[in-house]
Each structure stands twice: as structure tokens, then as C-alpha cells.
Ligand binder design. Structure first.
Ligand code: GLV
Ligand code: GLV
Length: 355
């Protein structure tokens, strides 16, 4: 291989490997046993000559790494993730390294996990499973694990991008929920979908579903029964959910987070869960991954899973393939594919505005 490409982790599937090997690349996959690589570990991997790197969301891609990659002749970096809050795109620009991410292929998989957590929280599935396994079930009772009916309730979505919109559609269509959403951009596609589905229900003699585009986040928090967070993590969304905003939510609301941990003030959330036993959460991400804030793991009204929202076989293979294509494309000087509805590789190179 003429080009040296490093992947900091082994990734699912073989297509991404073959793509690189068939195109003049010598691929090195790091086999280090420890889960999270430090900046020093990655500098050692980059070495003296490296044309491109495929990295992970757990790694700190800042000034130091882009300087090292550029010094080794590197032109491209791809995160194997849609979120890129771990990447300093300005630093990459400064060192002439193109940056890619892997949107599109994880939209439905991630939305399906948010939907799963919503249902699991509404129907207290994890608590009930623990109860059953603990041998505590001694007969049917009218009060046993009574939860919330989603039908006719309002689902609130904060951040109606690809994932937020897919989740909204699943909850509206699957469970006949009304929608309230907040996003800086209007999602006319989503609005049209809910309107058309509402008309369909009405024509069949059922209560139609409705939608509303909120003028603020707080409107969503106050009005929705189930709220799912899908914003990007940046300065404006850090601790979006905090003591004050939690206090404005319904006492029996359900909060889902499959975006990034720091969007929620986790200490404030634990306190809120303690004070409001009927308030339930489903969390895929945490403020200090892999750790949880003290007390969270003991709360019966919290469901916690280890950042697995994009973890379907199809999606993970797709993410690996896209990450490889991002790096390969730049190295080989291929034109970059800019279909805003599917992928937006090379965020710092003429990336289209969000669709
Ligand atoms: C996963 O968290 C991702 O951003 O793809
Ligand atoms: C990710 O695909 C998003 O923008 O929601």
C-alpha cells in the first residue's frame, strides 16, 4: 500500500477494510486492549508517516493530535460517529486536515433506541424484569407496575434533525401521540407527515394527532409527556436540562437522552428523580462516561444503557464504511459527495448547510 491509514479501533464488518486495501492503502488497526486511547497512545499510532486516521468519539481530537497527524503527512481524519464534539474542527482546519463524520446510516437505529427507552420507561419494563427475576412476583395485582399509556399523550422533541425527526415519526405513527418540537429550523417534512397522518386517523373515525412547533425549549418541557433530546452538544446545549428546567416539567414526564451526556446536568437529574418518583428517564449517554453520577445507578425510575444507540449490525458496518470512505476520498482526491439528506463528510470543507 502506498498510503498508511490507521484505525484506532477494530470496527464491525469487512467492507471498510477491503475498500481501503483495494485502493492502495496499508491499513493498521490498533489492537490495544484498553478501551479508551489517550492522546499519547494515538500520537504513537500516528508515528512518522500517516495519511489518514479513523478515530472514535471517546478520543480527544484537538490541537495536539491534528498537529501530529499533519506532521506525519496526514490529510484526513474521520470520526466513527455522527456527533463530533470530541473533534476540534478549527484545529483540524489550521493543520489542513479534513474531518468527516458518519451521519445518515445511524438515524433509524438511534431513533429506534430512543423509542425503545421511551416504551421501557413508560411501561417500567426494566423494573418489572428485575422484580420477576428476584422472585418477587406472587400473583397478579391491579396495582402491579402500572405505567403510562402513550396514545393520545404528547411527545416532545428537542432537536428535530435526522434522528429527532425519525424518532418523532415513530412515536406519532406507532403510538398516535401528538407532537411538539423545538428546532431552530422548521421541519416542514415532519409537520406534513403529522398533518397527513392526522387526516388519515380522522377519516377512520379516530382522534387525529396534532403537531406544534414550539417557540422555545421551555414550551416543550412544560407541555410534553415524553421528551427526547436530539440536539448537537455545544456551548448552547450544555446543561440544557438543569435544576430549573426540570422543575418546569410534568411530575410524571419521561425524559430520554440518546444525544450527548453533558446536555443534561446529571447531578440535578439524580436529585429530581429522588424528589419525583413518578418522573422517569431513559439514558444512553452520561456526563462523565463511562461513569454515572452518584446515586443514578440506584434509582428505580431510571433506565441506563451504555451508549448503544447506534449499535445495530447494519449501522455499525455502515458507520465503519462511511468513515473509511471519508478518509479514502480525501487521500485519493475524489470529489466529495454532498447529499445533505444522507451524508455530510468533510465538515470543514464546503459542507452544505443543515437540511
Ligand atoms: C454516537 O454517539 C454517534 O455520534 O455516532
Ligand atoms: C443526526 O443524524 C441528526 O442530525 O439528527
Amino acid at each position: 500500500g502506498k498510503y498508511r491509514v490507521v484505525s484506532t479501533k477494530s470496527m464491525p464488518g469487512t467492507r471498510w477494510i477491503n475498500l481501503l486495501i483495494e485502493q492502495d492503502c496499508r491499513l493498521e488497526i490498533c489492537t490495544e486492549k484498553k478501551t479508551i486511547l489517550s492522546v499519547e497512545d494515538i500520537i504513537a499510532l500516528i508515528g512518522d508517516k500517516c495519511d489518514g486516521v479513523i478515530g472514535q468519539l471517546t478520543e480527544d481530537w484537538g490541537e495536539t493530535l491534528f498537529a501530529a497527524l499533519s506532521k506525519a503527512g496526514g490529510k484526513a481524519f474521520s470520526n466513527m460517529a455522527v456527533g463530533y464534539n470530541n473533534v476540534d474542527v478549527n484545529a483540524a482546519n489550521k493543520y489542513g486536515v479534513a474531518v468527516g463524520n458518519t451521519p445518515g446510516v445511524l438515524t433509524e437505529t438511534t431513533a429506534e433506541l430512543a423509542a425503545s427507552l421511551s416504551l421501557a420507561a413508560a411501561r417500567r419494563i426494566v423494573e418489572a424484569d428485575e422484580f420477576m427475576r428476584a422472585g418477587l412476583y406472587d400473583g397478579w395485582l391491579p396495582h402491579l407496575f402500572v405505567g403510562n399509556l402513550l396514545k393520545g399523550q404528547t411527545v416532545g422533541v428537542i432537536g428535530a434533525g435526522r434522528i429527532g425527526s425519525a424518532y418523532a415519526r415513530m412515536m406519532v405513527e406507532g403510538f398516535k401521540m401528538n407532537l411538539i418540537y423545538f428546532d431552530l429550523y422548521q421541519s416542514t417534512r415532519l409537520e406534513k407527515f403529522v398533518t397527513a397522518y392526522g387526516q388519515f386517523l380522522k377519516a377512520n373515525g379516530e382522534q387525529p394527532v396534532t403537531w406544534k412547533r414550539a417557540s422555545s425549549m421551555s414550551e416543550v418541557l412544560q407541555e410534553a409527556d415524553v421528551i427526547s433530546l436530539h440536539p448537537v452538544l455545544d456551548k448552547t446545549t450544555y446543561h440544557l436540562i438543569n435544576k430549573e428546567s426540570l422543575a418546569t416539567m410534568k411530575k410524571e414526564a419521561i425524559l430520554i437522552n440518546c444525544s450527548r451526556g453533558p446536555v443534561v446536568d446529571e447531578v440535578a437529574l439524580v436529585e429530581h428523580l429522588k424528589q419525583n418518583p413518578m418522573f422517569r428517564v431513559g439514558l444512553d449517554v452520561f456526563e462523565d462516561e463511562p461513569y454515572m453520577k452518584p446515586g443514578l445507578g440506584e434509582m428505580k425510575n431510571a433506565i441506563v444503557v451504555p451508549h448503544i444507540a447506534s449499535a445495530s449490525k447494519w449501522t455499525r458496518e455502515g458507520m465503519a464504511t462511511l468513515a473509511a470512505l471519508n478518509v479514502l476520498g480525501k487521500i485519493k482526491g475524489y470529489p466529495v459527495w454532498h447529499d445533505p439528506n444522507r451524508v455530510e463528510p468533510f465538515l470543514n470543507e464546503n459542507a452544505p448547510p443543515p437540511a
